[in-house]
Ligand binder design. Sequence first.
Ligand code: GLC
Length: 455
Amino acid sequence: MKTKSVIKAAYKILEASILTHEGKPVGTVAALSSPHLAAANYEECFIRDFIPSALVFLADGRGDIVRNFLTTVLKLRTRERTIAGHEIQPGVMPASFRVVTDQDGNENILADFGEKAIGRVAPVDSMLWWIILLYIYQQSTGDTELAQKPEFQDTMKQILHLCIRDSFEVSPALLVPDACTMIDRRMGIYGHPLEIQSLFFGVLRVIHKLLDDPMPDKKNHSLLETAFTRERALQNYVRIFYWMDLERLNEVHRYTTEEFGPDSRNVLNIYPESIPDWITEWLPDECGYLVGNVGPSRMDFRYFSLGNLLAVIFGLATDVQSEKIMRLYEQRWDDLIGSMPLKIIYPAMEGLEWQVRTGSDPKNVPWSYQNGGNWPALLWSFVAAGLKTGRGDLCERAFQIAVRRIGTDNWPEYYDGRSGRLIGRRSNSQQVWSATSLILSHKLLENPDMLGILP
Ligand code: GLC
């Protein structure tokens, strides 16, 4: 009964969050708690926040909203402001958008490419999510015509070009700036953050099913071929270089460094001295995870939930790795699930590390917000990953924890504290993706076949 009433309340939030443009529903706002929003842009529709809304709409047969959203965002991509000598590439999509009415009553859509974000960083995840959502929409509705439209084909090519063209990079992982993902403040994730690699892999995995038959167009053909090769290369790279378990930790612990040439084992020249103290006792036997970031002499050992869970869902991690990731949740339940699923990052950065890597960001103090807070919005990805690996038991347990508090707490955006017992200090209430994530988790638990529409 409790579950039923909480889901009903979540639906009320979803309905109230729908944003319309010229009478048509085009998205959902980030939070309803206006006028007490933590920031003005929470009144906007964020691309990433819309994903769980979209999945709920699709499951309820309301594919038209998702279609409108995909079309709206596509049109916005060419509206970015350019700075002389520095153009934002045409494939880049906004973080969010809003509908404004002018004096004559005309409605306009205004996109935000990071100008309203704290660090003025354009999101990279938006364009990747957009392609993934297009695929999910196609799978769910059977409408293959939308992706076939010339402007959709062009947009996908632009995004693909942007991601796979030559750059300064030598690894198959995508190189991006800090704050360009769900974590949109400075948090030491510049370089090759796992979340972006998982999303990029998701795109490479489905692009063949969305882009036209390559044969008639030689150029397009080579783009798809490159995408295919990159998919394999990225998969192998992440499975090897990002993987962490006790065996791997031992290997890194005993690495020789400063090796040169093709026979070197410690290719990235990771110094064993960089292994943080917390990991040695924390990492259980028989468990493992993908680390947050790798680069030259750099291994970010922190556990990032979204990147790992998407790696499980999209098949970037092997089956064995996926099982070990889910087992990590089981063995470290208090740390990674705690009083409210799920921890966004473990562990939090403290002291000097927090000062240096966040720029002393007071919103991201240790065990708060993006620096180790707990985010209900992540629940659906945990449930999807858990169901995929046969760990429905863990999903049900986490879901019940969320149901118990989240409605009474008025749908916070995030929770603070090591185990997430406190409502986030500067958290919005009625955060829409906290509500939609719960509805979606419920739907997935009731009907695991829904997983079939994901990449
Ligand atoms: C915060 C989150 C970001 C989210 C936005 C809107 O900035 O870090 O991931 O998209 O809020 O909810």
